[in-house]
Design a protein around this ligand. Structure first.
Ligand code: SAH
Length: 357
């Protein structure tokens, strides 16, 4: 047998790598199909392990789809969304089981965030990212979202109830997961001595409700745009305020900004933080801003975390936002008049940052 020359090996490896990057969207779309078809719930309802015919009955598909469903599940098991167990007896159907990933999809727990990111309204602007780079004389507010849809995302959510719900539900499910973790890991320390908190750009109030539940003595309120506040739940202790964070922020001991500052450029972040500073008391009286966002380079430094931070940063190009490293955060804090900050890099790819007046 003739040995393949190392150059040929190298070329095949290179093409494999190229194809991996090219076909990465198949992973996303297979995941989206699994969500659209409620496959995780079907397996869960079957006690956590189900054969293809069993899954098919639960999700109400025609039996003729079994061969194609098997192909879809082959991708979803290689990507660790589900796992497969082959029975000992030959000829029996394999079982598909839930993984820690698909457990996050049960009951729609984390599905709204994935549904948001993989919605065509969000994905389509990225087809024109290259074109955006090539344009020289851009108005500074022309992000790829606006380039594709003709208006800024927060303008569109005002007019498009479907997109508004997609954003509110997507971020809300993320807040439920991450804020609960933040509370369990560092809540006692972060919320010590605070008697009131305002969640600025707090959406429909998931974070504020979690904090209010864990720390009932903290008076929690949410500031967001009027069309978002129009959709908030009424059966809660949290107070909702319609307003614009660029105009003013109602007073509180602490301001929370979760997944907000990464939507904005440096100058806008400075404006928001200056308003936060006006809203809180001095440091000695407990005044602080609590940010939940990424600090690029902080936290666990394996390739999965680093790759996720790099990808999320490019994802934020959608709205001319960005993920920031420590120096970029530091520049914003000092320009907004804050004296000090502390990074608590405990939320996976994200961090908690406390900023002090
Ligand atoms: N903090 C929430 C939502 C983050 S999404 C969470 O993580 O779950 C960003 C939020 O900022 C949206 O709810 C959006 O409506 C809000 N927002 C955008 N512009 C705003 C403005 N000018 N004033 C107040 N809120 C604003």
């Amino acid at each position: 047998m003739e040995l393949i020359h190392s150059t040929e090996h190298g070329l095949l490896d290179a093409q494999l790598e190229l194809w991996h990057n090219t076909f990465a969207f198949i992973k996303s779309m297979a995941l989206k199909s699994a969500i659209d078809l409620s496959i995780a719930d079907a397996i869960h309802l079957h006690g956590g392990a189900a054969t293809l015919p069993q899954i098919l009955t639960k999700i109400n598909l025609h039996p003729s789809k079994i061969p194609n469903l098997r192909r879809l599940m082959r991708v979803l098991t290689t990507t660790n969304v589900f796992s497969i167990q082959h029975p000992l007896a030959h000829g029996n159907e394999p079982f598909y089981t839930l993984t820690s990933v698909s457990r996050l999809l049960i009951g729609g727990s984390q599905t709204p965030f994935t549904a948001l990111v993989l919605n065509p309204i969000i994905v389509s602007p990225f087809f024109e990212l290259g074109t955006w780079f090539q344009k020289h004389e851009l108005p500074s507010d022309l992000c790829i979202f606006k380039q594709t849809h003709g208006r800024a995302i927060w303008e569109m959510t005002k007019q498009d109830a479907t997109l508004d719900a997609l954003v509110n539900d997507g971020l809300s499910c993320d807040s439920q997961l991450i804020v609960d973790i933040a509370i369990k890991l560092h809540g006692a320390e972060i919320f010590k001595g605070i008697s009131s908190l305002i969640d600025v750009g707090g959406g429909i109030g998931a974070a504020a409700q979690a904090i209010s539940k864990a720390f009932p003595h903290v008076e929690c309120s949410v500031l967001d745009l009027a069309h978002v506040i129009a959709k908030v739940p009424t059966d809660t202790d949290v107070q909702f305020i319609a307003g614009d964070m660029f105009d003013s922020i109602p007073p509180a001991d602490a301001v929370l900004l979760k997944s907000v500052l990464h939507d904005w450029d440096h100058d806008d972040c400075v404006k928001i933080l200056k308003n936060c500073r006006k809203a809180i008391p001095p440091r000695e009286a407990g005044g602080k801003v609590i940010i939940i966002n990424m600090v690029i380079g902080a936290g666990i430094s394996d390739s999965k975390h680093r790759e996720m931070q790099a990808m999320f940063d490019v994802y934020m190009m959608l709205v001319n936002g960005m993920e920031r490293d420590e120096q970029e955060w530091k520049d914003i804090f000092s320009e907004a008049g804050f004296s000090n900050y502390r990074i608590i890099p405990v939320l996976g790819v994200r961090s908690i940052i406390e900023v002090y007046p």
